[in-house]
Design a protein around this ligand. Structure first.
Ligand SMILES: Nc1nc2c(ncn2[C@@H]2O[C@H](COP(=O)(O)OP(=O)(O)OP(=O)(O)O)[C@@H](O)[C@H]2O)c(=O)[nH]1
Ligand SMILES: [Zn+2]
Length: 214
């Protein structure tokens, strides 16, 4: 019998072991009622003890996460987050199926074509008739609740993500920067995220010392 995480939004479907190069995680699947999309959680260690949990809320980026694209920092952020969780032996990564900041893969590719013609990542979304960021984090609430998690140490550079989670009643006790893989292909994309989307791209001194991050 599937456990119901939130009757209105999604069902908890199943779980299995997921060995990775860094740790053996448990992979959990949820199915969203409205769309049928399969959202995932990767967990490690004792995460339901009430202490803030090292967490990543990662939005799907097929090109970056799977196809090694250097146009963005997504693949490196995904790996970096899993490495940090493995190093602590405790944490959770939510993998949300909202590709392309919520506009889908085909539209993201259309946005990339516009970017090749000179517009930035935000303007490209607007020219296609979408919001700059069409994502919704509502599902995070029942997903975290499934594991008894209410307090996070969230790995992100995105203050809007923190605001969205706190509006859902999830406390972000600490922001852990995740600055990885700045390169010649994604440099202006990352600059646009900082200038137009409010991302915090200045490394904390202790993070640089700890991880040698950018
Ligand atoms: N529309 C659009 N989506 C993109 C583009 N580049 C990456 N994405 C998507 O953006 C999402 C990741 O957004 P980011 O802004 O990198 O990350 P974030 O989650 O907002 O912030 P961090 O937590 O700091 O990583 C994924 O869904 C990607 O598919 C782009 O040029 N256009
Ligand atoms: Zn990406």
């Amino acid at each position: 019998m599937p456990v119901t995480a939130n009757e209105e939004l999604l069902d908890y479907a199943t779980s299995c072991a997921l060995p990775t190069p860094w740790a053996q995680f448990t992979l959990h699947a949820f199915v969203e009622h409205a769309t049928g999309k399969e959202h995932l959680a990767m967990t490690l260690g004792d995460i339901g003890d009430g202490e803030p949990v090292l967490a990543r809320v990662h939005s799907e980026c097929l090109t970056g996460d799977v196809l090694f694209s250097q146009r963005c920092d997504c693949g490196a952020q995904l790996e970096g987050a899993l490495r940090k969780i493995a190093a602590e032996g405790r944490g959770i990564l939510l993998y949300l199926r909202q590709e392309g900041r919520g506009i889908g893969l085909v539209n993201k590719m259309r946005a990339y074509r516009l970017q090749e013609a000179g517009v930035d990542t935000v303007e490209a979304n607007l020219q296609l008739g979408f919001h700059a960021d069409a994502r919704n984090y509502t599902l995070c609430q029942p997903m975290f609740a499934q594991f008894g998690i209410t307090r996070l140490r969230l790995m992100t550079n995105n203050p809007r993500k923190i605001d969205a989670l706190e509006k859902l009643g999830i406390e972000v006790a600490e922001r852990v920067p995740l600055l990885v893989n700045r390169n010649a292909f994604n440099n202006s994309y990352l600059n646009t995220k900082e200038a137009k989307l409010g991302h915090l791209m200045t490394p904390l001194a202790e993070a640089v010392a700890e991880d040698g991050e950018l």
